[in-house]
Design a protein around this ligand. Structure first.
Ligand SMILES: Nc1ncnc2c1ncn2[C@@H]1O[C@H](COP(=O)(O)OP(=O)(O)OP(=O)(O)O)[C@@H](O)[C@H]1O
Ligand SMILES: [Mg+2]
Length: 273
């Protein structure tokens, strides 16, 4: 009887050990899978960063000749009469070079800000300056701009050119979404250690099926655009340790929130909000 009991308890113990072993093997397999996935991710990130370097070098090389061609095309256009048989051709050259300049500007603004380009700035001022930059594009008869800027917003350490560029893309999109007119509301707020800029329009909104794709490169619903605006804006803000969130419903306007860390280094990474 004692021997039988001993066998039973050994069998129970062995099966417990087997089960434990099985669990450990499963855990090891999962860990292995995660390591393999992370290695792939790292390799992809490295490839992307090399690609990014090459892209920005090529963009830099192309920027000057294209600006020169564009400059000549624009001055040729000014000198020509609309009835001139070459007018249309020169106009196309001017328009297309302008488009190329825009794409290159976007690509060049993609890169992580260098320490030397960082400045302590007032975000409210950046919002105002960006608004000044597109004043000419806003039809003030149709669009009302409302500003609710937090009076004591602490400064942020950023590359101001890049932040203006990121906001400009968002402001332009908002204006485009209100062809019949509407209200563009710009807000700045503080939330813990972060500053939040809100860009809200009362335009036609973003359909549910598009909202996940709008930050993807080359996603556009506009006939003459390249679909890079939001990709660039989001990359710029991420490079500053922040992020952009979009909320919208078809027919009910759109709100984009730009969240940036207050007084911290860009290398600290994105905040967990
Ligand atoms: N405020 C908005 N209201 C409605 N739709 C928007 C808004 N902002 C962006 N979108 C949608 O997201 C798409 C992608 O925007 P994004 O700025 O990346 O590219 P784009 O404006 O089409 O072209 P680009 O900015 O390169 O000139 C737009 O084509 C539009 O469909
Ligand atoms: Mg855009």
């Amino acid at each position: 009887m004692q021997i039988f009991a001993h066998h039973v308890s050994t069998a129970i113990e062995s099966s417990r050990l087997y089960r434990k072993l099985g669990e450990q093997v499963n855990k090891l397999e999962e860990a292995n899978k995660r390591i393999a996935e992370n290695t792939q991710r790292l390799l992809r990130a490295e490839k992307l960063s090399v690609l990014g370097e090459i892209t920005s070098q090529v963009a830099h090389e192309l920027r000057n000749p294209i600006t020169i061609i564009g400059g000549f095309a624009r001055s040729l256009l000014k000198k020509r009469d609309v009835k001139d048989p070459d007018y249309e051709y020169v106009k196309i050259i001017a328009e297309e070079t302008e488009r190329m300049e825009k794409v290159l500007d976007n690509v060049l603004n993609f890169t992580k800000p260098k320490e030397s380009q960082l400045e302590k700035v007032d975000l409210n001022q950046i919002v105002d300056q960006t608004l000044d930059m597109i004043e000419g594009e806003i039809n003030l008869d149709k669009i009302t701009v409302m500003k609710y800027l937090h009076p004591d917003l602490p400064p942020v350490i950023v590359n101001p050119d890049q932040i203006r560029h990121a906001l400009l893309n968002l402001f332009r999109n908002a204006i485009w979404a209100m062809p019949q007119g509407g209200v563009l509301s710009l807000t700045t707020k503080r939330k813990d250690n972060f500053a939040k800029i809100g860009i809200k329009d009362t335009g036609f909104g973003i359909p549910k099926e598009h909202i996940d794709g709008i930050f993807d490169a080359f996603f556009t619903t506009k006939p003459d655009c390249c679909g890079l605006g939001l990709t660039i804006s989001s990359e710029i803000i991420k490079n500053h340790g922040g992020f952009i969130v979009a909320e919208s419903e078809k027919g009910k306007g759109a709100t984009f929130s730009v969240v940036l860390p207050l007084e911290r280094s860009c290398s600290d990474g994105a905040p967990n909000l």
